[in-house]
Design a protein around this ligand. Structure first.
Ligand code: ADP
Ligand code: ZN
Length: 608
């Protein structure tokens, strides 16, 4: 079998995506590989196809039980013998799985990193032909990453215990240089083939809003995506509770997830969402790692997250099937305060000296600042994201809230001078909120206690809305006319160029003429690029979806594992009537056809 035949037969796809074939070829030629690709790019296939074509077995190291379960279910559905070994198995089940593995019944086995160095696993591993060890979520090996797992450091010890060194392959969506270097070094990859694909997710539309009411803004998104699945991320458990309760009270199909719930409830709620029993997941960032649900049509950030890495990872859970999806961030100034609070009380990792701890804190601080800028930039949001991850995008993507907004350039020099003047006259350092309040003329006790009402610029912008003052302050910081100090207090300071403005320089700022309309998800699919849906029959799509749900419930698997939304959309457009036409549909392989093909064909024939 060739790699193309395997791709078609097991996964139902006609061609490889960017980077996939290079990695597959690398492995098949016996080289180590490292693949860095964004979420949804299709990393799994890069090691699964070679695993099928090589003799012996492939071990996949994976950090999470839910992730392993999902992957193994997907493989089994595709007719591939695979299993997982982790703490969710009883000792009896574990022994049986180990025995089957040694007997060569599986091509692919997922293993938790903690298992590798146990006596029983080592003994078993030494009797088998292991052709490859594949490290999924490889960034977990790095202390620079957010998900550091000490047990990942043991992978190399395990490899060294084997008589013959298997091929090593590593995959992650984390692109930073430190993480990349750690993976190469700590896994001791030998002259690996490296692929770093673009981080752009063209099917995602990025939007930032500064709404008066986040609740109403969120409802607007939910309504635009009626009948579709979405995730709503909040910063705190309390907000999760409140928003979820309010949604449920108002009749929405919502559930919740955060670290304060029992294991039992978390599992239950997660399954409700995965199996399409509930449409909206309201969660903290505890939710999502290992969630492969491909038909998430929107991700709302009810609060600004702590950094761009978290944001892109969480927002990236939308649209894994490649269909158009929305990522909306609802900003408020309070989000910065909450994140600051988290940074301030952050415990440094064990064994870090004071200097390192201070450095880590400073880095978090810097990341928070860059995240805040994202919410204030008037430039293309996609470009901002890509630049953050070290890539260069185009300055216009046409599919983010800034590119979709009509801006006008406003001269804000008079206000800018007052703000800078106010900072200059302060005898003490103050934060952004306090400076804005001062020029606005606030009578709060904080302002009066600090005697800021004696500042010559106090109340000089009483007629400018406070949010606009904050916006202009942020703009001045972004342009370098003011700076925010790092360290414990984040006070606004003058810079080398502050005086330029006071001495006659001008400050221009783009402001929105009108807000972009959030078109409904369904309408959006029609016109937008990258979409396969064209003018499709939505009633038929719903009937296919209902059939999929029925099958999924009978099989006890999540619906997207039966067929992805994208596959159903293709069925609507191509309307296959025969076995061979059905196999033309992307995502329908021979194995899936044997299982479900007839049922879908019957429905499609009835419809034509
Ligand atoms: P990642 O692990 O990189 O986040 P996955 O491996 O989960 O991404 O793949 C994301 C989705 O893309 C899956 O539904 C997968 O079946 C699909 N996919 C992967 N490779 C291809 C391909 N060559 N053609 C079409 N779809 C693909
Ligand atoms: Zn854009």
């Amino acid at each position: 079998m060739t790699k193309y035949e395997a791709l078609k037969k097991y996964f139902g796809y006609d061609s490889f995506r960017e980077g996939q074939d290079i990695l597959v070829d690398g492995i098949l030629s016996g080289r180590d590989v490292m693949g860095i690709m964004p979420t949804g790019a299709g990393k799994s296939i890069c090691y699964q196809i070679p695993a099928l074509l090589m003799p012996g077995i492939t071990l996949v190291i994976s950090p999470l039980i839910s992730l392993m379960k999902d992957q193994v279910t997907t493989l089994n559905q595709a007719g591939i013998h695979a299993a997982y070994l982790n703490s969710s198995l009883t000792p009896g089940q574990y022994r049986t799985a180990l025995k089957y593995m040694v007997n060569g019944q599986y091509k692919i086995v997922y293993v938790a990193p903690e298992r590798l160095l146990t006596d029983s696993f080592i003994a078993a591993a030494r009797t088998m032909e292991i052709s490859m060890i594949s490290v999924d979520e490889a960034h977990c090996i790095s202390q620079w990453g957010q998900d550091f797992r000490p047990s990942y450091l043991k992978i190399l010890d395990f490899v060294n215990l084997l008589e013959k060194r298997p091929i090593l392959s590593a995959f992650t969506a984390t692109a930073t240089r430190e993480v990349r270097e750690d993976i190469l070094a700590l896994l001791d990859l030998q002259n690996p083939v490296q692929v770093v694909t673009g981080f752009d997710r063209k099917n995602l539309r990025f939007l930032v809003q500064h709404p008066q009411s986040k609740w109403r803004a969120a409802l607007e998104v939910i309504h635009a995506h009626r009948g579709e699945c979405g995730i709503l991320y909040c910063l705190t458990r309390k907000t999760v509770e409140e928003v979820c309760e309010q949604l449920v009270r108002n009749g929405y199909s919502a559930t919740r997830y955060h670290a304060g719930l029992s294991d039992e409830e978390r599992r239950h709620n997660q399954d409700d969402f995965l199996y399409d029993r509930k449409q909206i997941m309201v969660a903290t960032n505890a939710f999502g790692m290992g969630i492969d649900k491909s038909n998430v049509r929107y991700v709302i950030h009810y609060n600004m997250p702590k950094n761009m890495e978290s944001y892109y990872q969480e927002a990236g859970r939308a649209g894994r099937d490649g269909l158009p999806s929305d990522c909306i961030l609802l900003y408020s100034g309070q989000d910065v305060v909450t994140n600051q609070f988290f940074i301030d009380k952050m415990e440094p990792p064990e064994d870090t000296d004071a200097k390192t701890a201070a450095m880590i804190r400073e880095r978090e601080q810097e990341r928070l600042k860059r995240m805040t800028f994202y919410c204030f930039t008037n430039e293309c949001l996609r470009e901002y994201i890509l630049r953050y991850f070290g890539e260069y995008g185009q300055s216009y993507c046409g599919n983010c809230s800034n590119c979709l907004t009509q801006f006008e350039e406003k001269d804000v020099t008079p206000i800018a001078r007052k703000l800078i003047g106010c900072v200059k006259e302060c005898h003490w350092g103050y934060g952004l909120v306090t400076i804005a309040d001062t020029v606005h003329g606030s009578k709060s006790s904080k302002i009066l206690r600090a005697r800021l009402d004696e500042n010559p610029w106090y109340g000089s912008c009483a007629d400018v809305p406070i949010h606009q003052l904050r916006q202009i302050l942020n703009h001045l910081v972004m342009k370098g006319y003011l700076a925010v100090s790092t360290g414990e207090y984040h006070v606004i300071q003058l810079t080398d160029t502050s005086e330029d403005i006071l001495n006659g320089g001008t400050v221009l700022m783009k402001t929105a003429k009108e807000k972009p309309k959030l078109v409904s998800g369904k309408k959006q699919k029609r016109g937008s690029s990258g979409s396969v849906s064209g003018d499709m029959d939505h009633a038929l799509f719903e009937r296919l979806r209902a059939l999929r749900l029925e099958i999924a419930r009978a099989q006890k698997v999540p619906p997207y594992i039966v067929f992805s939304d994208k596959t159903l959309v293709q069925m609507c457009i191509l309307r296959p009537q025969t076995h061979s036409e059905m196999l033309q549909v992307s995502g329908v392989g021979e194995m899936k056809y044997a299982k479900y093909g007839e049922q879908f064909l019957t429905l499609l024939k009835k419809e034509s």
